[in-house]
Write a protein that binds this ligand. Structure first.
Ligand code: ZN
Length: 252
């Protein structure tokens, strides 16, 4: 009996040593992978020189490439601690994006960007107002960004409620009522194919496109400075729509 127990103990010991070696191997492999990830990690932020050397079209190209990374679930690793410390010196973002507030549209991730890369302004329905246009003037004329993007998105609740004539006023949401009114002209300018309802996906998506395009036009009307910078070829003001299902940003 004793001998039997002894040999059982030996088997357990050998097996234990074997699995321990396996674990060590796994730990080693993970360490190598982590080291590889760390080597590819972005630790710096955009410099004034990098910002100055980019044209608006090159920036659009980089954003499209970043969006491809997002779609393929291959976001760049970033050392946020290092970037945060570096960013205290200053910022030289390449673009300003006006997005809806929707929680399903993570703007930096969508373009595979991080600290110091872009300005982001957000308001339900991505409409313009004076404060937002002022922020765009700052981002471009003062801080050197070369691109203004108005980015709508599919499944936009603000646009859907505007289409469905939701009566926010009767629910005492007077500010929301004013906001929905801002989206109405985009509905009026959209060709009525079928029912005017958010259930009509084709119509709703056309309104979403038109709303982003109209905001671009409104921005140009509101800001002689932005219009002038664009006419001089120093910046571009463009509309885009984020497709929630595919993750793709389609520039209009
Ligand atoms: Zn929205």
């Amino acid at each position: 009996m004793k001998n039997h127990l002894k040999s059982l103990g030996l088997v357990v010991l050998v097996f234990g040593m074997f699995s321990c070696q396996e674990e060590k191997k796994e730990v080693k492999e993970v360490a190598i992978e982590t080291a590889e990830v760390k080597q590819n990690t972005i630790k710096s932020i955009l410099t004034a020189r990098e910002q100055a050397n980019m044209t608006p079209d090159e920036i659009i190209g980089r954003l499209i490439k970043g969006n491809e990374n997002f779609i393929s679930n291959n976001l760049t690793q970033r050392d946020h601690s290092a970037q945060r410390r570096m960013a205290t010196i200053g910022q030289y973002p390449k673009a300003i994006v006006l997005s809806c507030v929707d929680s399903r549209v993570p703007v930096e991730d969508v373009f595979d960007l991080g600290i110091g890369d872009i300005f982001v302004a957000r308001v339900a329905g991505n409409i313009e107002n004076r404060d937002i246009v002022g922020s765009m003037e700052f981002a471009t004329a003062v801080a050197g960004s070369k691109l203004v993007i108005v980015m709508g998105h599919t499944q936009c609740g603000a646009v859907k409620h505007a289409i469905d004539n939701t009566d926010a006023k009767s629910m005492n949401m007077l500010a929301l009522d004013d906001l929905l009114k801002e989206i109405k002209p985009s509905i009026d300018m959209t060709e009525k194919t079928g029912e005017v309802s958010s259930e009509n996906t084709k119509f709703t998506n056309t309104v979403i496109n038109n709303n982003a395009l109209k905001t671009v036009e409104d921005i140009k009307k509101q800001s002689p400075k932005l219009k002038q910078l664009e006419a001089a070829g120093k910046i571009k003001i463009v509309a885009a729509v984020y497709d929630m299902e595919t993750g793709r940003v389609n520039f209009l």
